[in-house]
Design a protein around this ligand. Structure first.
Ligand SMILES: N[C@@H](CCC(=O)N[C@@H](CS)C(=O)NCC(=O)O)C(=O)O
Length: 206
């Protein structure tokens, strides 16, 4: 199988962190240059019609996009260590947290960066400072809430590491491009990120 990624791109990193936690070694990683538009070629659109990465290409040529769908596929192929839940309740509980982290935390952080950092103007062609500000405010509200949640547990979805931690960390690390980190203002969130750094997923470069 081949996984298409790009440096600094948070959604592909969600999958490479997932792969690192599972210690999967048989996936070839192919790095695209987004600045050069390598994901927008006619050839690549046959694999990923929306011209997005990550894209996982199976050995028989079938392709999956959407980072969470790719993770779900890999979880089925490599059930241990479990990152997405074992029984009906736990699977739904982890998905609940993962969706919160994706839609209410990482997405606003990413939109803040995409609309607020001039380096990304070639990807986000209609950069809008108001969109950046709205998303920054939403992300900061969520960061504060998450900081309070993490006062009483080690990981986002409970007492063990899951995909929800990976999803949150990808968004958070991308926001370094806006020079944001939780730091002393949000100490529980910072401690969670420091714990994350000690794991296999924490070794995956941005
Ligand atoms: N919902 C998708 C989002 C994928 C996505 O936005 N990928 C970005 C890189 S992080 C991309 O391909 N951007 C290309 C572009 O904006 O032209 C997922 O989770 O995989």
């Amino acid at each position: 199988m081949k996984l298409y990624v790009a440096p600094y791109a948070p959604n592909p990193r969600r999958v490479t962190m997932f792969i690192a936690e599972k210690a999967i070694t048989d996936i070839e990683v192919v790095t695209l240059n987004l600045q050069a538009g390598e994901h927008r070629t006619e050839d690549f659109r046959k694999k990923s019609p929306l011209a997005q990465i990550p894209t996982l290409e199976l050995d028989d040529g079938r392709c999956l996009t959407e980072s969470r769908a790719i993770c779900q596929y890999l979880e089925a192929l490599h059930p241990e260590p479990n990152l997405m839940g074992r029984d009906a309740f736990e699977r739904a509980f982890i998905e609940m947290w993962d969706r919160r982290m994706e839609l209410m935390f990482s997405m606003p952080l990413m939109m803040w960066v995409r609309h607020g950092n001039p380096v990304l103007a070639m990807l986000e062609r209609n950069q809008n400072p108001d969109v950046a500000a709205l998303n920054q405010a939403q992300a900061m509200r969520m960061a504060k809430w998450l900081n309070d949640e993490l006062a009483s547990r080690s990981w986002i979805a409970g007492d063990r590491f899951t995909i929800a931690d990976i999803t949150a960390a990808c968004g958070m690390d991308f926001a370094k491009m806006m020079k944001w980190r939780p730091g002393e203002e949000l100490p529980n969130l910072q401690r969670w990120r420091d714990r994350f750094a000690e794991r296999a997923a924490g070794q995956v470069a941005a």
